[in-house]
Design a protein around this ligand. Structure first.
Ligand SMILES: [Zn+2]
Length: 121
């Protein structure tokens, strides 16, 4: 029986989401700068737009190092449709957008969630 390798996304922060194969960039974006591995010899993302690659781990084919792109700051919230928009740019700053989306999506804050009558009535 043939064996198949399964790709699993683990929570282990050392496991890359993408592995670069050869010297071509793993992604090409519309940004004006490149995401380069710390070895300095491999372009991992050409035209890197940080908003398109949140907390993505890419393994360099040359040196084997795993580079991680920055994720969202804790507590930051994005519109649902931002996930499918390439080059998403927020229309307003997070300070005003965040509270609005929290209300719209009915995201409960810590105070509400830890209150007894959130669950018990
Ligand atoms: Zn490298």
């Amino acid at each position: 029986m043939a064996r198949r390798a399964l790709l699993a996304i683990g929570l282990d922060s050392n496991i890359p989401h993408f592995v670069q194969v050869g010297s071509v960039p793993v992604f090409r974006g519309a940004g004006s700068s490149d995401l380069v591995c710390r070895c300095g010899a491999s372009v991992l993302i050409q035209g890197y737009l940080p908003g398109n690659f949140l907390a993505i781990r890419i393994k360099c084919f040359r040196c084997g190092a795993v580079s991680t792109t920055p994720g969202l700051p804790e507590g930051e919230i994005l519109p649902r449709d931002a996930i499918t928009v390439m080059g998403y740019q927020p229309a307003e700053p997070q300070e005003t957008l965040g509270p609005k989306l929290m209300k719209e999506y009915e995201v409960k804050d810590a105070r509400t969630l830890t209150s007894c009558n959130t669950c018990h009535r």
